[in-house]
Design a protein around this ligand. Structure first.
Ligand SMILES: Cc1cc2nc3c(=O)[nH]c(=O)nc-3n(C[C@H](O)[C@H](O)[C@H](O)COP(=O)(O)OP(=O)(O)OC[C@H]3O[C@@H](n4cnc5c(N)ncnc54)[C@H](O)[C@@H]3O)c2cc1C
Length: 355
């Protein structure tokens, strides 16, 4: 007895993940026929990105999402699995609601625990021995902090503070995770705040005051994750017409503030490579179409691999310096880093080209 394959919706391009990279990729492709799927029912306010210029992640997300045609984003749908048809290699997605989607092209922008990366055979992202507590503090009557990024380190604890506006300050506290009891952060925002205050008790009183005043609903704490540089160098980033972008490809520590920025670069390069490949498609020859798409995706991977490898290596070494208990390992990592970072800002001067 033969079973018919379950019916599936069909789409030309499906982007999984509605974070910075997924939204920017949808905009870069801007075709109106594609869909973007995200598991969240609403968009979250989380990170702050940018180093000397601080930008609230939610502002960036809202700005990108507002530019997309209505109906492009499908919130509240989690992709449970993704498979390639054994004969045609067409990607098929299964959603939590039980429905299927057949796509000609799938771009996994679902962050550090990407299912698409798994399908490509990439090794799982790893946790640094470093954790970070982050928060925002609102000053209804304006704060007096200069508009610059302040970083202070005392022993094993680092604190960073950066005003976003005259009324809002972003701060973080980082620590080696061996200082955590049971290697875990508390879940409750009140306890997270208490922990941050305890960790910075020897820091200047103005830092203490900012964290004391912080908004509980902005509080988060997590182990930092990364994709190992050697996995980035050697890993398969395309299988058939499926690829990854953003943290799904290159999750890295936030130490040089380039994770979200490189997700934006991915979107521009992917949009250009795929756009050029698809504009060269004539007629209805499916095999030829797939070959052109694959060549476009290969060009994207080629352009991005070495660029993100540079960032990942730098952030990997900083993660080792902050998290390791061994002075010798810290010294070797520090020495290698000093060589790589001879020019401290060269990594931000990059032209990813036009769309
Ligand atoms: C502490 C910290 C500080 C940082 N500071 C900076 C900085 O200063 N500058 C900078 O450039 N970057 C910074 N970053 C990094 C930056 O935040 C990330 O690189 C960026 O947010 C990644 O965007 P993304 O779209 O690739 O992934 P994500 O933001 O992780 O988005 C993935 C989306 O996919 C959804 N999703 C996941 N799985 C599924 C599924 N199965 N089905 C459907 N949807 C799914 C998720 O819910 C999420 O909405 C920092 C990160 C951290 C942790």
């Amino acid at each position: 007895m033969e079973f018919a394959a379950p019916a599936a919706e069909k789409h030309e391009i499906v982007i999984i993940g509605g974070g910075i990279c997924g939204l920017a990729t949808a905009l870069a492709l801007h075709r109106g026929r594609d869909i973007l799927i995200d598991e969240n029912k609403e968009r979250k306010i989380e990170h702050v990105i940018g180093e000397s210029r601080c930008l609230q992640r939610s502002d960036l997300i809202t700005t990108l999402a507002d530019e997309l045609p209505i109906g492009t984003i499908r919130l509240g749908s989690e992709v449970v699995s993704i498979d390639l048809d054994s004969v045609t290699e067409t990607p098929r997605l299964l959603l939590t609601c039980g429905s299927y989607i057949d796509a000609e092209i799938v771009i996994g922008c679902e962050g550090g625990r990407s299912k698409v990366a798994e399908l490509l055979g990439l090794k799982a992202s790893r946790a640094f021995d470093v954790g970070v507590i982050r928060g925002l503090t609102t000053y209804p009557n304006a704060h007096s902090m200069p508009h610059e990024f302040r970083r202070i380190r005392k022993g094993k604890i680092g604190v960073g503070m950066l005003p976003i506006t005259q009324h809002l300050i972003h701060w973080f506290v980082n620590l080696p995770t061996h200082l955590l009891s049971g290697d875990k952060f508390p879940n409750d925002p009140k306890h997270i705040k208490q922990m941050a205050l305890e960790l910075i008790k020897d820091f200047p009183s103005n830092i203490h005051e900012t964290i004391e005043l912080s908004n509980l609903d902005s509080m988060s704490a997590a182990h930092l994750r990364y994709r190992a540089p050697w996995d980035l160098l050697l890993g398969t980033m395309r299988k058939g017409t499926v690829t990854v972008a953003g943290d799904a490809m290159h999750i890295m520590g936030p130490f040089i503030g380039q994770g979200g920025a490189s997700g934006l670069e991915d979107a521009v390069v992917l949009g250009r490579c795929l756009g050029m490949a698809m504009s060269g498609i004539e007629g209805n020859n499916k095999k030829e179409k797939i070959a052109k798409i694959e060549a476009g995706l290969d060009q994207y991977v080629k352009e991005r691999r070495m660029r993100v490898l540079g960032f990942s290596t730098i952030t990997y070494l900083i993660g080792i310096i902050v998290g390791s208990k061994s002075p010798l390992i810290k010294m070797v990592a520090g020495f290698t880093l000093a060589i790589l970072l001879r020019d401290r800002v060269s990594h931000v001067h990059f032209d990813c080209g036009k769309l």
